[in-house]
Design a protein around this ligand. Structure first.
Ligand code: NAP
Length: 434
């Protein structure tokens, strides 16, 4: 029997488990180890709560999880409860599918003021991640600056802009819905250091901004390149830019909507200022240089706001004993290979880019590499060895059947119209197993 440990039960982890199932059939046992007592990683706590159709992919992962050769082992932290060296003694292959859950630092003066946070923290707060449930973001000033021109910045701006009624059918957690509903939100500014042609926003997500109940997108037509220049873009990007052109053409239309979501392009954050809390973001005007980078012009201006969210990308969290590429913010690897028997997949391999589906081919690539590197299974212990080790340390592992009980309890406590009300404390998750 071949024993494989997949660390992390988000999209990359599940696609790897599925790929290993297909590659090795009944000759492999796969343990999917997660530090949370609940599975699905980014699907549960990263994907926006009002994007339920994307979250539905977890039902497909359940089919993998409920097969005999794949096992979920939750509430176990690799690097703390069990080391990589210990797992190497027990498993023929270890695949790190731990994603990129840590915010990249903004690195400007004032970024330590209360009210400055990264997108992992803010998204984790409204999505019920236990690490961020107590964030208590200052929503009371009415003004927000969201830094970054990717889909995460869009998600955050949309969540800030929506009315309570627009969250119907979402799984936003109660503490976030209550706080957002009570907030006097008026001005949301999406700050991009480069221009409309350089955005990382995809058309479907961008289009949603044009259909909000109380909010309207604002784009300065002067920021848009001449329309002929769009011909050089790939079709998806061209569609996104034409949506921005549509927003720019709105000018005063929709002025009855009280909330604005303004795109400030060519604006590089240089400082956060305020008296003991965020009061304004200072940005420097930029222009594109010959390499497509943002060059400061020396001209600065202030964006008044009471909260700054930096949606500028993520880093993988290092694990003791695993080589790490600090600059790239992910495990040092060669096409997924880290060391003999040790692999990385998904965002932990390639950095935080791509959609959920991008992780599927990644998983299949790793399964093929494992098969090529180790044509025959070894003599390792796998599951029984891990169980004995965890028991000797008093670590209480959670199974997929435990998750099904937690799942049922979350569904049972959902408010009307919502698919679930998530538990946001690990202890409540463990209690919900009955
Ligand atoms: P992203 O698309 O890489 O966007 C990061 C943004 O941050 C870029 O606009 C970047 O600008 C900017 N940035 C980086 N460092 C900065 C700095 N120091 N100051 C100012 N701006 C800075 O990343 P993301 O939005 O975090 O998304 C991660 C991945 O998840 C993406 O592939 C995204 O499409 C995907 N995602 C998909 C969905 C969906 O499909 N619904 C939802 C959320 C996320 P430059 O371009 O100038 O570097």
């Amino acid at each position: 029997m071949r024993h494989i440990a997949v660390i992390g039960s988000g999209p990359a982890g599940y696609y790897t488990a599925e790929a290993c199932q297909k590659q090795f059939h009944d000759t492999a046992r796969i343990d999917m180890i997660d530090r949370m007592p609940v599975p699905f990683g980014l699907i549960r706590t990263g994907v926006a709560p009002d994007h339920q159709s994307i979250k539905a992919v977890s039902r497909r992962y359940e089919q993998v999880a409920l097969s005999d050769n794949v096992r979920f082992v939750g509430n176990v932290t690799v690097g703390a409860d069990v080391s990589i060296a210990e797992l190497s003694e027990l498993y023929d292959a270890i695949v790190l599918a731990t994603g990129a859950p840590t915010d990249r630092p903004l690195g400007i003066p004032g970024d330590d003021l209360p009210g400055v946070m990264g997108s992992a923290a803010f998204v984790g707060w409204y999505n019920g991640h236990p690490d961020f449930a107590r964030l208590d973001p200052p929503l009371g000033s009415g003004g927000f600056a969201v830094i970054g021109n990717g889909n995460v910045a869009l998600d955050i701006a949309r969540i800030l802009a929506k009315t309570p009624a627009e969250f119907e059918g979402s799984d936003i957690v109660g503490h976030a819905l209550d706080a957002l509903s009570a907030a006097p939100t008026r001005y949301i500014t999406i700050v991009g250091r480069r221009g409309p042609h350089q955005i990382g926003m995809t058309p479907k997500e961008l289009g949603e901004l044009g259909h909000l109940e109380r909010a309207r997108p604002v784009v300065d037509p002067a920021d848009l390149p001449p329309e002929e220049a769009d011909a050089t873009l790939d079709p998806g990007q061209r569609k996104s830019v034409s949506l921005l052109r549509g927003f720019a053409a709105l000018s005063g239309n929709g002025a009855d909507k009280p909330v604005t979501v303004t795109f400030d392009f060519f604006a590089k954050p240089v400082a956060v200022e305020g008296d003991g809390k965020v009061e304004r973001l200072i940005v420097e005007r930029t222009r594109l240089d010959e390499n497509g980078g943002a060059t400061g012009t020396g001209e600065t201006y202030a964006i008044p706001c009471g909260m700054v969210v930096a949606a500028i990308g993520y880093k993988t969290t290092p694990i003791a004993g695993v080589p790490f590429d600090e600059k790239a913010g992910r495990f040092a690897n060669d096409e997924g290979r880290i060391a003999p028997g040790l692999y990385a997949v998904g965002w932990a391999r390639r950095g935080p880019t791509g959609t959920i589906g991008t992780n599927r081919p990644d998983g299949f690539m790793i399964a093929e590499k494992i098969a090529a590197d180790q044509p025959e299974p070894g003599e390792k212990q796998g599951r029984p060895g891990l169980d004995a080790l965890l028991e000797s340390r008093g670590v209480e592992a959670v199974t997929f059947h435990d998750w099904q009980k937690i799942d049922s309890a979350e569904i049972a406590r959902a408010r009307a119209g919502a698919p679930r009300e998530k538990f946001v404390a690990v202890s409540d998750m463990l209690d919900a197993r009955g």
